[in-house]
Design a protein around this ligand. Structure first.
Ligand code: CIR
Length: 298
């Protein structure tokens, strides 16, 4: 399925200036997972895959801070869930899964140190029963999409919206209610290649999420559909002018890779590098590509 609705307006995303990652914990095999292979994570392989991920990021973003692992937090490497950064607004989350909440304070300390005075800091935990996972938040450059899921509740989404609107009042914030069609996070089924192109999973959860978007949001993007859900989660590095410095995508999904390669080459040029990574052990822990780094452009 390939729809193509031309973008109606556009705000190119700024290039990323910093990534914060967290080293993999030796306890990674104990990560929270609903995946059928969640009990067969091969930790040595995961270490090698995590190294390859960091190496891939460094091709497009040399400034990477890696926070030491904590064996008490097997999911700690999934740093995306601990913060949301939109421009200079930096929000420490309160993850929906209780076992993951202790990941936030050391990450918050590292993020404050790395981002420094450029950041305007917020903490979802200040709002009591507000829960938010960064995996539910997609900033396209045009819209801030916030998924409601088992991990992110309306109070968490409202907290993020208020924080962002404090500084960027004209930003369009859209809540996408995914609770009727369980998906771990919004970004399990959609990510942005650019401010004009979204990648959606062409499966039931992906089509459901798409259907939840208001028509005005759908009309603002060209949508590329990929048959494998995990392949819809790509890391795209904007060049600040509407183009791409490069893309990190899942390897091992040939049908989706072909669609993605063609979409990138035709829309952004055939010289845009697309690095393919085997993230099999992270997939077993319900993780994908965006979840292993926090990206800042302030
Ligand atoms: C979890 O269930 O929380 C982790 N095992 C996976 C989190 C993946 N996070 C993400 O995609 N943002």
């Amino acid at each position: 399925m390939a729809t193509s609705t031309p973008a109606t307006h556009s705000v190119p995303r700024a290039p990323y200036t910093l990534a914060v990652m967290r080293a993999l914990a030796p306890s990674f095999a104990g990560a929270v997972s609903k995946h059928p292979d969640g009990n067969s994570i091969i930790v040595d392989k995961a270490f090698a895959q995590h190294d390859a991920y960091e190496h891939a990021l460094r091709q497009f973003l040399p400034n990477i801070v890696v926070v030491p692992a904590d064996d008490k937090h097997p999911d700690g490497n999934f740093v995306e869930d601990t913060h949301v950064a939109v421009g200079r607004v930096v929000v420490a989350t309160q993850p929906g899964h209780e076992s993951r909440r202790g990941e936030v304070p050391p990450m918050a300390e590292a993020v404050r140190k790395a981002v420094g005075e450029k950041g305007w800091y917020y903490n979802v935990a200040d709002a009591g029963e507000a829960y938010l996972d960064g995996g539910d938040v997609l900033f396209t450059g045009v819209h801030l999409l916030i998924g409601l899921s088992d991990r992110t509740n309306p109070a968490g989404a409202a907290f993020l919206e208020r924080a962002v609107k404090d500084h960027y009042p004209s930003l369009s914030v859209v809540t996408v209610d995914l609770r009727a069609q369980p998906t771990l996070h919004l970004k399990c089924v959609v990510t942005a290649l650019s401010h004009t192109v979204l990648i959606f999973a062409d499966d039931e959860p992906g089509r459901f999420a798409f259907a939840q978007l208001p028509e005005s949001v759908r009309a603002a993007y060209e949508v590329v559909w990929v048959p494998d859900q995990v392949a819809s989660n790509v890391l795209a590095f904007p060049d600040g002018k509407g183009g791409l410095l490069g893309v990190v995508a899942q390897g091992g999904f040939p049908a989706s890779e072909k669609i993605l390669d063609e979409a990138i080459a035709t829309r952004f040029g055939k010289d845009v590098p697309v690095v393919k990574l085997d993230m099999s052990e992270f997939i077993k822990a319900d993780g994908a590509l965006t979840c292993c780094s926090l990206l800042f452009n302030c």
